[in-house]
Design a protein around this ligand. Structure first.
Ligand SMILES: CC(C)(COP(=O)(O)OP(=O)(O)OC[C@H]1O[C@@H](n2cnc3c(N)ncnc32)[C@H](O)[C@@H]1O)[C@@H](O)C(=O)NCCC(=O)NCCS
Ligand SMILES: Nc1ncnc2c1ncn2[C@@H]1O[C@H](COP(=O)(O)OP(=O)(O)OP(=O)(O)O)[C@@H](O)[C@H]1O
Length: 298
């Protein structure tokens, strides 16, 4: 038994345990919220270039059904990583849970990458939410962010350096275009979630718009702001400029406050599909925004 692995103190061999009844109920609640958040991202429409229930956007190898299969396979992961956070597990434990979850996702989808970024980003957030609960702190975005940085910030910084791992599309985009991507976002404590996506969602809700509109505004705010390695991988520097320009133009017209917002979002969707662009990193971060919003508003 590895003494450094706190999960083993609550896990009978081959049978994951979630500790006492209230801890178990908490983990199950976070699983529901995480899965619903990713589902909310999936069904949102129109999202430029991205897969939804209406169409597959710029993707030929996956449909909404592929994402739903993947989501079912990730339920145990979200419970395990929340529990690991409650136990203040070191980063290498979280990392192994992430690696196992990626393998389950790939088995569920027949080798298609549906949720790689979400496994990383929502997984780390679930761990921080678990930590927050273990401290007995009120669940607020600020506290979740603080605990994430305090507990795993240093390890996330080290994780931002690709080291002896198989070279992914993201790592290639980082090297070739000096894009920042998911690893740097993680190293900084996911500032795009807390400082960009969530405020955009809150602004739209405070202005009296609905959740659908608020999610669209959050997605465009993220597209305008982040350095998305999916976009660089598919469209290079030109593609990244197109995504940022179109997102900024949408926001400059008032986002979903503009009466013609839906036609504009749809026009972006069509032009992204024509150019095979897909802002998958922004989609992952939107799922994370939905998660943080849901756990901090009930
Ligand atoms: C860091 C991760 C995302 C790998 O990133 P990398 O850039 O090397 O790979 P890849 O291109 O395959 O995936 C990148 C993913 O991030 C998303 N993404 C792209 N740009 C961004 C961005 N700026 N911000 C957030 N997410 C982004 C993409 O949608 C994609 O899903 C992660 O999957 C990982 O480290 N996996 C190994 C297991 C692990 O260590 N997990 C950590 C604890 S959970
Ligand atoms: N609704 C969505 N539609 C498309 N991608 C999404 C969606 N939600 C999240 N994503 C993210 O986008 C990534 C998929 O990107 P993509 O298929 O372009 O990457 P890839 O598998 O690395 O490369 P490629 O398919 O170009 O060989 C997923 O890892 C996922 O994290």
């Amino acid at each position: 038994m590895d003494d450094l692995n706190p999960l083993q103190t609550v896990r009978a061999p081959g049978r994951p345990e979630q500790g006492d009844a209230s801890g178990r109920a908490f983990c199950q609640r976070i699983v529901r919220v995480a899965v619903r958040s990713l589902y909310a991202e999936l069904v949102l429409y129109p999202k430029p270039g991205l897969v939804s229930k209406i169409d597959n956007g710029s993707h030929t190898d996956m449909t909404a059904a592929t994402f739903v299969r993947s989501l079912f396979a990730l339920r145990r992961y979200f419970a395990d990583i929340t529990r690991a956070g409650m136990l203040d597990a070191p980063f290498h434990v979280l990392k192994q849970l992430g690696i196992d979850a990626e393998a389950r996702m790939l088995r569920a989808t027949g080798g298609i990458n549906t949720h790689r970024g979400a496994i990383f980003c929502l997984g780390m957030l679930c761990a921080a939410i678990g930590r927050c609960r273990a401290h007995g702190d009120a669940l607020t975005p600020a506290r979740i962010g603080e605990l994430l940085r305090a507990c795993w910030g240093q390890a996330l910084g080290a994780h931002s350096v690709v080291n002896g791992e198989p070279v992914s599309h993201g790592a290639r985009a980082v090297l070739r275009y000096a894009a920042s991507g998911a690893r740097e976002e993680g190293a900084l404590g996911f500032p795009s979630v807390f400082d960009v996506g969530l405020p955009a969602l809150h602004r739209a809700l405070a202005a009296g718009r609905g959740m659908r509109e608020a999610r669209i505004d959050a997605l465009f705010a993220l597209m305008a702001h982040i350095s998305d390695t999916n976009v660089y991988h598919r469209g290079g520097v030109e593609g990244a400029l197109t995504v940022r320009r179109q997102a900024r133009a949408f926001i400059a017209r008032g986002g979903t406050a503009a009466p013609d917002w839906e036609a504009r979002a749809l026009a972006s969707h069509r032009s992204f599909v024509a150019a095979r662009l897909s802002p998958g990193g922004a989609a992952d971060l939107l799922g994370a925004v939905c998660l943080v919003h849901a756990v901090t508003t009930r």
